[in-house]
Design a protein. Structure first.
Length: 255
């Protein structure tokens, strides 16, 4: 391992799912700046095209596909096409996610199932499809995005919190099963972050004040706060970290 520049990804290929979202865009750009070959998939075709054009500015190779990440066949076809193009898949970053906030007593079952699918099922489908390739090549780095909501009881999150807790549990299972094949599987647990995802909450000063009381650094996380942690877990500098959930939350979990 070179310690001179652990964030040099010029020989790596990276698949990013749900890449067109608010957290995804800075991470996609960072991997592109670091020289990686990039594969992007998302169901939002317009946002996906914008993200793809952003990668092209850095001169690296990029492929993109509109994919329903809850449909195994679509994900498998995309993963194999990426492998055919780049000859391998070194890194998978599962950014896919979504939320519907409603009181638990009024939460419709169809909304509950949709949020479980978007956050947990999609993560599993992507891990399985790319994991098969990584097992064959006996190398891989998987970073699954969970949330602080998966570690705490949050009012109005009866589907999102269980789904994100499930992502952490899934990460641990895969770390144990796939570690012998040279695959490290870890999770990131973001705290309250300034993205379109949280725009409605950011408009509520009292809600923000309550959140900041539990964030010792005293600030809402910027949208690029997950860039460094993601690249670290994807790099060989983190080669001995497996099955871990890294909280990126300004200290929320210790208050």
């Amino acid at each position: 391992m070179s310690v001179n520049n652990p964030f040099d990804f010029s020989s790596k290929s990276v698949v990013l799912t749900g890449a067109a979202g608010g957290l995804g865009q800075p991470i996609v750009q960072a991997f592109a700046e670091a020289g990686a070959d990039i594969a992007l998939c998302d169901v939002n075709e317009k946002a996906l095209n914008i993200a793809t054009e952003g990668v092209k500015r850095f001169g690296g190779r990029v492929v993109a596909g509109k994919v329903d990440l809850c449909v195994p066949k679509e994900v498998e076809v995309f993963a194999q096409s990426v492998c055919n193009t780049f000859q391998k898949i070194d890194i998978l970053v599962n950014l896919v996610g979504g939320i519907i906030r409603k009181p638990s007593i009024d939460y419709p079952l169809e909304d509950w199932q949709r949020i479980i699918d978007i956050n947990l099922k999609a993560c599993w489908v992507c891990c399985q499809a790319v994991g098969k390739i990584m097992i064959r090549q006996k190398y891989g780095r998987i970073i699954n995005f969970s949330s602080n909501a998966g570690l705490h009881g949050v009012p109005g999150y009866p589907a999102y919190s269980p789904a994100k807790a499930g992502v952490i549990a899934l990460t641990r299972v895969l770390a144990v099963e796939w570690g012998p094949f040279g695959i490290c599987t870890n999770a990131l647990s973001p705290g309250f972050t300034k993205t379109p995802f949280n725009a409605e909450l950011l408009e509520d000063p009292k809600r923000v004040e309550r959140i900041l009381m539990r964030m010792p650094l005293g600030q809402v996380l910027p949208d690029d706060a997950l860039v460094g942690p993601t690249l670290f877990l994807a790099s060989d500098a983190a080669r001995w970290i497996n099955g871990h959930t890294l909280n990126v939350d300004s200290g929320y979990n210790i208050t």
